[in-house]
Design a protein around this ligand. Sequence first.
Ligand code: IVH
Length: 676
Amino acid sequence: MDKNKLKKEYNKKIQNFVKLNKYYYELSKPLVNDYEYDQIKADILSLEKKYDFLESANSPSKIVGFKPSKTFKKVLHKVPMLSLSNAFDEKDLINFEKKINNFLDQKSSNEFEYSAEPKIDGISASLIFKKGKFVTGLSRGDGKEGEDITQNLMTIDDIPKNISSKNFPDEIDIRGEVFIQNNDFENIKDKFANPRNAASGSLRQKNPQDTKKIPLKFIAYTFGYVDSMEIKNQSNYLQKLSEWGFKTNPFNKTIKGIKNLMKNYHEIEKKRNEIDFDIDGIVYKINSFDLQKRLGNVANSPRWAIAHKFSSNKGISTILNIEIQVGRTGALTPVAKIKPINIGGVVVSNATLHNEDEIMRKDIRIGDIVVVERAGDVIPHIIEVNLKKRKKNSKKYIFPIKCPSCGSKTIKEYNSITKKNDAVRRCSSEGYECDKMTIEKIKHFVSKEAFNIDGLGKKIVENFWKLKMIRFPQDIFCLNYEKIKIMDGWGQQSVANLRYAIEEKKNISFEKFVYALGIRHIGFENAKLIAKTLKSPEKFLNLSKENKIDDLLNIDGIGETQITSLKKFFSNKTNLNVIQDLQKILNIKKTIENKTVGVLSDKIFMFTGKLTGMSRAEAKSLIEKNSGTIISNVSKKLDYLIIGEKPTKRKVEAAKELKIKIIDQSELYKLLDKSS
Ligand code: IVH
C-alpha cells in the first residue's frame, strides 16, 4: 500500500480513537466495550510499529486517557499517571519477561518475582497526603494533568483522611482505584451502563452530596510522588498501605515465574464471580523497586508492569431463578436470572436457556454456578454448569406444563421433517386469549418491518396495554389522544407526533400487512410471496372462506408447515375479527407487479435433485432475475422441471405424465443464454 493511503487510514483510526476516548472519559458513555477498545488501540500501535512515518499526538502511544473536563480545576500530576500495556496469553508474558531481560542485559534469562494484583475495573485516583492529612485528590485526566475532585473523594469512607502512623511519609501521592461493588450497583443500575461508569459518573458530580449517595469504594495499589520512603519492593508497599489504613486487594500475591503467573491467572479467572467487584485481568509488577527504577518507562507505560487481560466474553455466575417468558407465537422461553456480572463492559443479569430441552440436556437448576457467554449483541446464554459446585439439596427444575400467562395447556409439536417432538414447548392458545402472547403480537405489529410506527416502541405498547388502551392491533388506530396528552411523559407535541405517525401508517402495503399479523411461520419473505401471488388483500381475507389455503402450496417457499399454520390462524374467530376490523380502518394497497420482460418471462420452473456448482438459492435467484417463476409442486402450470443429481422419482413421473418439459442444468443455461 502506498504511503498516502496508509496515512489516510491511520488518521481515520486515530480520529475514531479520539472519539472513543471522548465518550469514555468526558461523557462517561463508552461506545465500545473494553475488549474492543483494546483491539482498536493495539491495531494503531501495531501500524505505528510497522511504519515509522505514522505518528499522531493523539495516538495511544502518546496519550493516556483524555483531557480533563472543564467542570473541575486542573492540576498537574507531579509524577505522571501512566497506563499499562496488555498481555493476552502466555506468549505475551514470555515476551514481556524477555524484553526485561534484554533491557537489563542479563547474561542468562532471569525469572523475576512479581506482585500479581487483580486489576479492578474502576477509575484511578491520586490522593496527595501532606503530614498525614489528605489534602488533594485528583483524577487521572490525560495522565499529565488531572481534575481536582478532592471534595468528591472526601465522601469515600475507604479513604483515610488523617494518618498518624510514625513511618508515614511526609508527602506522598497514594494511588488506587475508585469503584463500586456489584451488589451496590444493583440498586442504581437503571442510571448507568455498568459499575465503572457509575463510579466515573459519580466521581464527576458537581455536587459532592450527589457523590456521597453512591457507595464508592477505594483500593490502593501504587504511589506517584513520595519525598522519602524506605521500602524495598511492591509487596512490602502493599503491606504498608494496609498498616496505614488503606484497603488493598485481598487477592494480591507475590509470584515468581511465568508458569506460576499462569496458574494464578486461571485460578482467579475461575473465582471471578465470587468477587463482588469487577476485575478485568491481573496486573504484574516487577516486585523490586530497584529494578523498577532501572527499567523505567516506554512512552506512557512502565517497562516493569503489564496487565494480563481476561477473555472478555465469558463469566461465571449463579442462577438465582428461572423465569418463563411467553413469546408472540406462544413459545415458552426459560430465562435464567443470574447474579449480575460484568462481561466485556456490559452487566449481564439474564441469560436465555433457549427451551425446555436445553434445560433437561444440561440439567440446569436454580442455584447452579454456571459459565455465561455474551457474544456480540446476541442474548447471553449459559455454556456449562459447574456440577462440582452444585449443592446437595438442589432440585431438578420442573418445566411448567401450563402457560404461565394464561393457564392454557402447553404442547410440544411433532415435527414431521425431523420426526421428533419440537424442543420448544408452546402455549396452545391461538389468537388473543393469552395476554403475554397478545402483547408480543402487538409489539410485532408496530415493529420496524411491519407497521413501523414511530414513537410506539415496546415500552409504550406495554404501558398502553397495562392501561387497557390497547387490546387488539386495531385499537392502535382508535387511541384516545386526549387521555394520552395528560399522561406522564406525554405532551402536546409528542402526542401530535404519535398521532401523525399512526395516521400515516393507515396506508400500508399488502405484504407488510400480512407480515404484521404475526402468523407463525409467515415471516417477511413468506408474506411477500403470499402478497405477490394473491395480489389483492380481499383474496387473502377470503382464503379461509373459500377454502383456498391449500392453493398456496404452489408457491415455492410455502410448505406444509406454513399451510398448517395459516389454517390454524384462520380457524380462530378473534383473528378473523382482527383482520376484518383492520380492513375497515386501513387502506391496504394491492401488490403492483413490476412488469418484467426477462427472457424467462411467463415461464414456470421447478427443481428436483441437487444442482452442480450452484446452490438451489442461487439458481432460484437467477431464474427470478430473468422474470421466471419457481413453484414447488408439479402441476399443469409448470413449464419446465429442472433435474439435478438424484431427482425425486415421483416428481419426474408426475411431470412426464403431464407432458412437462424435463431439462437439466445445461439446458437451463441455454435458455438463459438467449438473454445475453
Ligand atoms: S498500577 C504504572 N495497579 O489499570 C502502572 N493499576 O491501565 C499503572 N489498575 O490506570 C498503575 N488495578 O486504573 C496498577 N493493581 C493495579 C491496578 C491498576 C487496576 C488500573 C488503573 C490504571 C490502569 C492501567
